[in-house]
Ligand binder design. Structure first.
Ligand SMILES: [Zn+2]
Length: 141
């Protein structure tokens, strides 16, 4: 979420008020904070999930077909079975540098989508590992 300058100023002022109130009502504040965490956990988890999904979609679309998240070999478009394939192999080794697959996706976005990756479905990914000649573009199909 991006804040404009006016929002930031408003936030600064309200933060000061909040801090004053906190120091005066410390026990109340601690109790409220505890409740807030529990209350917001579901919402926060959902936001985190949506953010991860958006990141994944963005990367899959970029490495998919014509900006659409699709398997570049068979055209599969169901998101859960799609993932990023390292064209020259060594994808697993590369991915292990990252703590999560989403960190890997974020790296791709940050590096402005480097070449050498493509969107594949699980079937094609498996076939690729099994027999690369079958799925390479221009192969026997
Ligand atoms: Zn496929």
């Amino acid at each position: 979420m991006r804040l404009n300058v006016r929002d930031k100023k408003t936030m600064k002022a309200s933060t000061k008020k909040v801090k004053e109130w906190r120091s005066k009502n410390r026990d109340k504040y601690l109790a409220l904070r505890k409740n807030g965490r529990i209350k917001n956990r579901v919402k926060n988890n959902l936001y985190a999930k949506l953010y991860r999904q958006r990141t994944k979609l963005e990367v899959l679309a970029k490495y998919g077909v014509l900006g659409i998240p699709r398997c570049v070999i068979c055209g599969e478009g169901r998101i859960p079975v799609l993932s990023i394939d390292h064209v020259d192999g060594g994808g697993t080794r590369h991915r292990k540098q990252f703590t999560s697959v989403n960190q890997f996706y974020r790296m791709l976005i940050k590096s402005n989508f480097p070449v050498g990756y493509r969107t594949l479905c699980m079937n094609c990914q498996f076939m690729e590992a099994f027999d690369p000649t079958k799925t390479h573009p221009g192969g026997s199909g």
